[in-house]
Design a protein around this ligand. Structure first.
Ligand code: NIG
Ligand code: FE
Length: 418
């Protein structure tokens, strides 16, 4: 009999998310790879076996110390947050209140608030301070079931400050247990000192920041805020092409406040993901249909901004575009780090089914982060990142909201908190 370091047995629902090595689209978006009375055996931090409890325990020795009884509970892979701005300083609750009184996100941004006010705070902070601020956030993410997250820079907007933020991501990943995947987003906004010569800032991003970030291997992706008044389609294309040439895969903040054809740009450029998409047009949806681009939907942002325009998740799924989810965690447009809140919104507002939402928050989000080889599903060889929920089923996990339903987090085979 083989020896397992950890055995999770008798899960009422074991949602493995197993399947082909590609993002789930169309009907597959709802395929949880469900095993009733399921078990997972973990050896050396990886999944060694997945199956019915009888079958797995016939192969792996059960001892008192290696056992978690998940009787009556849901077990899933760890959640993957496909879109965060986790590295920031300061907070913007004042803007939140101004919006409640009628100001819009873009009005506040144009009046000198918004992203640029966080940029001031981040520039004034040291790398060590940024890491210190992010550590409790990272821990809270893990406690709420997020075991892998993508993290963007984009509040530095100088070469030194962007590098400082990406180094902070690296340091944070060493200090905390969740996996972090860095994205360079020097094109998050044009800083004030370039307001009258915006093209020079784009030159700086293209000619100095991208080469340096790439040389130092500080990021895997390059992202752009493609939006009216921020970066145009042509500017975004130039930045993403430069990133691509330097080995940074493209991602794009697309169709968030205005519909301008940024989804079409995502398709044209072969973006790994097109994120937000609240205002994507039918043409935009059609352009994504036969591509590898994943739609990363961020319903927390619409909710937090008090909006009514949620991304058309149903249409995207029906047209066969793979959908992933993320928090968009940031101090301005979505102040939550909790992927369970996003699952609830995905169901209640995007009208995704619980199964579709959980697939979007695990295997599809892993694909959107370029991490699906290692995480996102419970299959032999993958990292043993998994959750035991208090909820008995996938349906229940998305049905109850506002409380933490994750009881035990296992990261790389080790129970978090032990
Ligand atoms: O994804 N859209 C641009 N960036 C963020 C907002 C950042 C901020 O307001 O600080 C977003 O919504
Ligand atoms: Fe964002």
């Amino acid at each position: 009999m083989a020896k397992a370091d950890l055995l999770i047995v008798h899960a009422a629902e074991l949602a493995t998310m197993r399947g082909p090595a590609a993002p789930r689209r169309g009907k597959e978006q709802a395929d949880l790879g469900l095993i009733p009375d399921g078990a997972v055996a973990v050896v050396d931090g990886r999944v060694a076996a997945v199956g019915a409890t009888d079958a797995v325990t016939a192969e792996y020795k059960v001892t008192k110390s290696n056992l978690i009884d998940a009787g009556g509970k849901l077990v899933t892979p760890g959640l993957v947050d496909a879109h965060t701005h986790l590295i920031f300083a300061g907070s913007r609750e004042d803007e939140f209140e101004r919006r409640l009184l009628g100001a819009s996100y873009m009005e506040i941004a144009n009046a000198g608030g918004g992203i640029l006010s966080t940029v001031d705070r981040v520039r004034a902070a040291s790398r060590t301070e940024l890491v210190k601020l992010a550590r409790p956030r990272a821990r809270a993410m893990l406690e709420h079931g997020t075991t892998t997250a993508e993290v963007k820079s984009g509040y530095g907007l100088t070469l030194e400050d962007e590098i400082k933020c990406l180094e902070a991501v690296r340091e944070l990943a060493k200090a905390e247990r969740l996996d972090l995947i860095p994205t360079f987003m020097g094109a998050h906004e044009v800083p004030r000192e370039y307001a009258s010569r915006r093209h020079e800032y784009i030159d700086l991003v293209v000619k100095e920041m991208i080469p340096e970030v790439s040389k130092r291997r500080l990021a895997r992706f390059c992202d752009v805020f493609c939006e009216v008044g921020v970066f145009s389609i042509d500017q975004s294309r130039a930045i993403l092409e430069a990133g691509k040439a330097a080995g940074l895969q493209p991602k794009i903040h697309a169709e968030e406040f205005k519909s301008i054809g940024s989804a079409e740009l995502a398709a044209e450029i072969g973006a790994v993901s097109a994120d937000h998409l609240m205002l994507i047009s039918d043409r935009g949806i059609r352009s994504l249909r036969r591509t590898a681009t994943i739609a990363v939907l961020l319903p927390g942002t619409t909710y937090f901004l008090g909006g009514t325009m949620y991304a058309p998740a149903r249409k995207l799924i029906e047209e066969g575009v793979p959908v992933a989810l993320g928090t968009d965690f940031n101090p301005g447009s979505c102040m939550t780090l909790n992927m369970q809140a996003i699952l609830s919104l995905a169901c209640a507002q995007l009208k995704m089914t619980p199964a579709e939402a959980l697939v979007a928050a695990t295997i599809n989000a892993a694909h959107a982060c370029g991490a699906a080889e290692f995480v996102g599903s419970l299959e032999p060889g993958k990292r043993a990142d998994l959750l035991v929920w208090t909820a008995p089923s996938a349906r229940y996990a998305c049905y109850q909201f506002g409380v933490n339903q994750v009881e035990t987090v296992v990261k790389a085979g080790k129970v978090v908190g032990e």
